[in-house]
Design a protein around this ligand. Structure first.
Ligand code: SAH
Length: 458
């Protein structure tokens, strides 16, 4: 069999100009027109000395050994470890350039699909750091200490990290406090080499306005030793704590959290407010991670939806009901659908707590529920969709256009699937209404959130 000759060799060192940027923020050097190398922390226009670190059939990876010419978009964040970790890959790109990059990425994906569109400048954060209201970090015993940090890609080595830069600083502190208490009681941690041990992750959630703090101990074992002592110590050392939860999540069955929660102390959920509404947030519920920008996002989405008091509105992929609840008093009726039972339960509590009388939340798979609504003859005026990264399904798009809402508001956390879905929506009798608006929910990372409004063509 003939061996393919690759255009680069492993560990080869090459001087090259960075030609482009991939959707995840990695720089691209086109070694040949059809063989790209992907490189972290390399900005288009820069000249670098690179070392090839991985050679695959159609593309490869490299790392920068030296920057021979740097871009004026570069800043030295002094936080190279975040690039190595992959948790904040854009940290060396000036914030204005990050915002422009995100706008360009969406525009390019739409252009590539031949969709005539215009993408607005990305709305950014004033202080684009320490914004996340939630984190979950792995723990592991290393060198005689319980260590928290991140797993180096493709390895079982936990790299310690204490300043995540994107988390609320009180969350970073709480992780260390909890970790040190677990270390004091010599609690075992899950070891990926032998697939044994108890503690897997520490998850922390903190209300931006309420300052309520939730700590979740995620364990591979069903019980925790020294439970009473640990509860006492955590309560003493974290005065803002309102909810301490034990999540039994055997590694064999769950990637992160399981639905098996036991409240060790305090409440089973925390509260926070969003646009003046009160929300209860349980450990398994999705809740937007950047509360300041989420208020902007929802406010802008509602404005762009041009809501009327006579409108029947669907809130699909609703999480704990945030979008529907914040627009309910502007419309006639809200119908929500969400697939995670805990989140729907939270949504129902949130309707009551906010004295909302015209909203209903249903536990179901969104595409299936859309089909049922369509079969029942529902005629919504406005449909909000806020799907996970994989985007919408054809079934959901078909059911939507069959119900024929006047406006479809698509909040997307992944422009790749947004552009794909847009093609289908446009083919089925809708057009883009106005511009696509990126709102930066995830500064320092390559994630791109945006609002797109479709209107039914008459
Ligand atoms: N609109 C909410 C949640 C958005 S995240 C907010 O902004 O807070 C996407 C949500 O879709 C998650 O809550 C997830 O649980 C839910 N989801 C994922 N797949 C789903 C499906 N097939 N049907 C309904 N909801 C789904």
């Amino acid at each position: 069999m003939a061996r393919t000759i690759m255009p680069v060799k492993l560990h080869e060192k090459i001087v090259a100009e960075v030609n482009d940027v991939r959707i995840d923020g990695m720089g691209i050097v086109n070694i040949t027109p059809s063989y790209p190398l992907y490189i972290a922390d390399a900005i288009p226009g820069e000249e670098i000395l690179l070392e090839v670190t991985q050679v695959d059939k159609l593309s490869g990876y490299a790392r920068v050994l030296e920057w021979l010419k740097t871009s004026d978009k570069r800043q030295n964040s002094q936080r190279q470890y975040l690039i190595d970790a992959g948790t904040a890959p854009l940290v060396n790109l000036k914030y204005q350039a990050q915002l422009e990059l995100k706008q360009m990425q969406i525009q390019r994906l739409f252009d590539q699909r031949g969709i005539v569109s215009s993408v607005d400048s990305t709305i950014g954060m004033k202080a684009p750091s320490y914004y996340r209201n939630k984190t979950i970090v792995p723990v592991k015993w290393q060198d005689g200490h319980l260590t928290s940090g991140f797993y180096r890609r493709g390895s079982h080595e936990l790299v310690p990290m204490t300043d995540y830069f994107v988390n609320d600083a009180d969350i970073d502190k709480a992780i260390i406090t909890v970790r040190d208490i677990l270390e004091k009681y010599n609690i075992s941690a899950f070891d990926p080499d032998i697939e044994q041990g108890a503690m897997r992750y520490i998850m922390i959630r903190r209300g931006f306005y309420s300052h309520e703090l939730m700590v979740v101990l995620v364990s591979n074992h069903e019980t925790i030793k020294f439970e009473e002592n640990i509860i006492t110590d955590i309560c003493q050392q974290l005065p803002d704590l309102t909810s301490l939860i034990f999540n039994y999540s055997p590694k064999k069955e769950y990637v992160l959290l399981s639905p098996n929660n036991r409240t060790l102390w305090g409440s089973a959920a925390i509260h926070d407010t969003l646009l003046g509404y009160d929300f209860v947030i349980g450990p398994n519920s999705f809740y937007q991670v950047n509360p300041q920008m989420t208020e902007k996002l929802y406010d802008l989405a509602a404005q762009k939806a041009n809501l009327k008091t006579t409108d029947v509105v669907i809130d699909a992929y609703s999480g704990i009901g945030t979008i529907g609840i914040t627009v309910a008093n502007q419309v006639k009726q809200v119908l929500g659908v969400e697939v995670v039972p805990g989140a729907v339960a939270d949504a129902q509590l949130n309707i009551k707590a906010n004295k909302i009388k015209n909203a209903t939340y249903i536990l179901a798979d969104a595409p299936e529920q859309f089909k049922r609504w369509q079969d029942a003859g529902l005629k919504p005026d406005v449909v909000f969709v806020d799907p996970p990264r994989r985007g919408l399904t054809s079934q959901l798009i078909q059911a939507t256009v069959d119900m024929g809402p006047d406006r479809l508001v698509y909040i997307s956390c992944n422009p790749v699937t947004l552009a794909r879905d847009t093609v289908e929506i446009l083919e089925k009798g809708y057009h883009l209404s106005g511009t696509i608006l990126p709102v930066d929910q995830f500064p320092q990372t390559s994630h791109i959130e945006s609002i797109t409004v479709f209107k039914k063509s008459s």
